[in-house]
Design a protein around this ligand. Structure first.
Ligand code: ADP
Ligand code: MG
Length: 403
């Protein structure tokens, strides 16, 4: 993998940087700027090298056409604050505004293009459909730096196709993320535990098959729990359940037993009447969730159990909140787990937190990034890496062989 240093003298060169600036927004207010702060060092470094820095990124899921709700304008403002330097903003991605802004960019200047996904070509399924947009993006710049770790598992124009059209390098953030994940997949210090939670259950079940061959313990929380409990024959009421995954989960439970991997499930659950912060709620045994209620957090006994199972671990990867943490009554499980990870980090364990909502959760609950070994900016990307899949946005950078 080539790094920025391998690109030579960049003074006056137009450098297109793909960053991941997909931050959570409440209206136009950024509720967690972690991805902006994580992206800033690469942009700053290029600017200090005298490059003309053209940053491109996506926000949310607009449908391939401009949509004011998903404008990156608030992100440009915050990026300027974080970088402590002015950031120009183009009102389109590859149109007249973008071209004019690139034209007037001074050496060391920074420009953010409007949301990549305002263009249907960005996420189009076929190479041919992405090619035109990738070509337009490439025509804005002399070199490409791939630094959006959160999107390297996507075969998209600004991640994959553009790297084939320009001399390219891996940015510092992608490099750092890959280095940490490589430690987890090659020489993780043991005991090594993985904690999975969150709501994207079917996305995340896939990783379990691979983890059964590498982790010593697997702790399950969040919305995942209920498919596991159902697989063991328990009632889960109105909780999040992926009924079509029950057989897969049964298979995992059997395999885990055979391979000596300990699967740790919650023993109690905070069950609520409805998905609301005002809902009546109570702690119940995980094996007796009332049919009329839904589990929205792991209970206190589960948090204690998880703390015990993690306290001697030397390596922990965590993806997915333990409950619907956005609502105060269901945030305790996530808070307790974050505290456990912070505690073992201070005892020298390597802890990695992955996933957009998980990273936002720990910050929202008052933890500092420095209390964990690494907070990954990529949820899906880090999971696919741990699954052992090859990530298109990384392999495309590794093309020395066919140059
Ligand atoms: P990440 O972004 O960290 O990968 P996900 O996107 O998979 O995590 O899931 C995050 C969401 O999961 C949060 O919005 C949280 O409210 C939700 N969640 C966690 N536990 C539950 C649960 N038991 N029922 C419903 N939603 C849950
Ligand atoms: Mg998420």
């Amino acid at each position: 993998m080539k790094t920025i240093a391998d690109l030579g003298d960049l003074r006056g060169k137009r450098v297109l940087v793909r960053s991941d600036l997909n931050v959570p927004l409440d209206g136009t207010t950024i509720t967690d700027d972690g991805r902006i702060r994580a992206s800033a060092p690469t942009i700053k470094m290029l600017s200090q090298m005298g490059a003309r820095v053209i940053v491109c990124a996506h926000l949310g899921r607009p449908k391939g056409a401009p949509d004011a709700k998903y404008s990156l304008a608030p992100v440009a403002q915050r990026l300027a604050v974080v970088l402590e330097t002015p950031v120009a903003f183009a009102e389109d991605t590859v149109g007249e505004s973008a071209r004019a802004a690139v034209e007037s960019l001074p050496d060391g200047g920074v420009l953010l293009l409007e949301n990549l996904r305002f263009n249907a070509g960005e996420t189009a399924k076929t190479d041919a459909d992405r090619a035109e947009f990738a070509g337009e993006l490439a025509s804005l710049a002399d070199v490409f730096v791939s630094d959006g770790f959160g999107v390297v598992h996507r075969e998209q124009a600004s991640v994959y196709d553009v790297a084939k059209l320009l001399p390219h390098a891996t940015g510092g953030l992608v490099e750092a993320e890959v280095n940490v994940l490589r430690r987890l997949t090659t020489d993780a210090e043991r005991p090594y535990a993985v904690v999975l939670g969150g709501a994207k259950v079917s996305d995340k079940l896939g990783v379990i098959g691979n983890l059964l061959g590498s982790a010593d313990r697997l702790l399950i929380g969040g919305g995942m729990v209920f498919t596991f409990l159902a697989a063991q024959g328990h009632e889960v009421g109105k909780s999040l359940l992926e009924a079509d995954q029950i057989d897969t989960v049964k298979g995992y439970l059997e395999r885990a037993e055979k391979e000596g991997v300990e699967i740790v499930l919650p023993v109690d659950i905070v069950a609520a009447d409805s998905f609301s912060a005002e809902a009546d709620h109570q702690v119940v045994a995980a094996t007796s969730i009332p049919s009329e209620s839904m589990g929205l957090d792991i209970g206190p006994a589960s948090s204690t159990l998880f703390d015990q199972k993690l306290s001697d671990c030397r390596t922990v990867f965590w993806n997915g909140p333990m409950g619907a943490f956005e609502m105060a009554p269901f945030a305790e499980g996530t808070r307790a787990l974050a505290q456990t990870l912070a505690d073992i980090t201070s005892k020298g364990a390597l802890t990695v937190v992955g996933g957009g909502d998980s990273a936002a959760a720990v910050r929202q609950l008052g933890f500092d990034d420095s209390q964990f070994g690494h907070i990954s900016t990529g949820g899906g990307a880090s999971l696919e890496y741990l699954e052992g899949r090859s990530l298109p946005g990384l392999t495309v950078l590794d093309d020395e062989g066919d140059d």
